[in-house]
Design a protein around this ligand. Structure first.
Ligand SMILES: [Zn+2]
Length: 116
């Protein structure tokens, strides 16, 4: 399962960050997930609770921010944000080029965490 693998990676990153620090437990984890990613918030939270249950991150709350989809124009290199629904039809607002490269929108990363 895709969500499970992603959640394991997130947990690993979190636990790595607690090493060498005097952490009793991880309270909240701020995640940034691209809008294009098909990860569902509730599934991530669900898997996380399961795999983190015996770690410092047990019961940590996941605060998920959706990151916008950013593309860059293949012709003039302008970068701009677009909505997921507009992806198929999108054209560069400057030059009208239809060939766009994805800059971000699929990423998932741990931005920040709160510990005790
Ligand atoms: Zn352009």
């Amino acid at each position: 399962m895709h969500e499970l693998q992603v959640t394991e990676r997130i947990l690993n990153v979190v636990l790595q960050h607690t090493k060498g620090h005097d952490v009793t437990r991880v309270v909240r984890i701020h995640l940034r997930i691209g809008e294009l990613s098909d990860l569902e918030d509730e599934w991530i939270q669900h898997y996380f609770e399961y795999i983190a249950r015996d770690t410092l991150a047990a019961n940590a709350e996941l605060a998920i921010t959706r990151a916008p989809i950013v593309v860059s124009c293949a012709a003039c290199s302008r970068t701009f944000e677009i909505k997921r629904d507009d992806l198929g039809e999108a054209k560069c607002p400057d030059c009208g080029e239809g060939k766009l490269d994805l800059v971000s929108g699929r990423e998932y990363l741990v931005e920040n965490m709160e510990v005790m």
